[in-house]
Design a protein around this ligand. Structure first.
Ligand SMILES: [Mg+2]
Length: 248
């Protein structure tokens, strides 16, 4: 007889998107979510009592375009925006729109000077992608640091994989997870977070700190478990959906 695993405790799940759930694409708009991934996420939501949230650098509107029609509990722009499982938005008040506009202008000029880089406007942040021109990496990073110095302390620089981003200072992915863990249906559950990039570092540390499970995709960040690709993440998630607990 097959042994049936009975979860000794209840879990909740936080997922980075690009590079974790989805393979990186040439541009942020080029990614797609296949039906079987949607099915898997819906199964997980059922098994975990609704306690599944997307924790992404994308704005929440972009997550909705990808993962709709369900409005997922989500943190967008690396934690600056948050929508809880009841659909309520939690954004910090008093965003400094003028500073973001200045950053947007500077990045637009930089993108014009460096053909092949792609400007992404996320509202509360602006990012410059250089996936198509990786040889420009050190120049892009250097120029972004110079822009940060020029524009002052209300912005932070996020250095990701093939992307550099200027974002308003404020809540990060770890803060968003902490807030979710204070609310139903996440409250009282043990968190799992899966991420792939340096921008996920604090969130990985946070779930570890509260007794959860941190999982890194690739070798850019440290975590308790490591898998090599979004394909492996899917395998892990399938097993989690079957058992209601991580396959450890
Ligand atoms: Mg990622």
């Amino acid at each position: 007889m097959m042994e049936r695993r009975i979860p000794s405790q209840r879990w909740c799940l936080f997922l980075d998107v690009d590079g974790t759930l989805l393979e990186m694409a040439a541009t942020p708009d080029a990614v797609q979510v296949e039906a079987n991934l949607q099915d898997l996420l819906n199964r997980l939501r059922t098994v975990l009592g609704g306690a599944v949230a997307l924790i992404s650098g994308r704005p929440i509107v972009s997550l909705d375009r990808l993962f709709g029609p369900h409005r997922w509990a989500a943190a967008g722009v690396h934690g600056l925006e948050r929508r809880d499982s009841q659909g309520r938005w939690h954004s910090q008040n008093g965003f400094d729109v003028a500073t973001v506009a200045q950053a947007r202008d500077r990045l637009r000029q930089l993108a014009d000077r460096l053909p092949g880089t792609i400007l992404e406007d996320k509202g509360l942040s602006v990012a410059l992608h250089f996936r198509q021109v990786p040889h420009l990496e050190s120049q892009v990073r250097g120029e972004m640091r110079a822009i940060l110095r020029a524009l002052g302390s209300r912005l932070v620089l996020l250095e990701g994989r093939m992307v550099v981003e200027l974002r308003l200072a404020g809540a990060n992915k770890a803060d968003a997870i902490r807030e979710f863990l204070g609310e139903a249906p996440f409250k009282g559950r043990r968190p799992i977070f899966i991420g792939d990039d340096r921008t996920d570092e604090k969130a990985l540390e946070e779930v570890q700190r509260v007794g959860g499970l941190s999982i890194a995709v690739g070798d850019r960040v440290r975590a308790m478990l490591r898998v090599s690709s979004p394909r492996d993440v899917r395998v892990f998630l399938e097993e989690l959906a079957d058992a209601g607990a991580p396959p450890l």
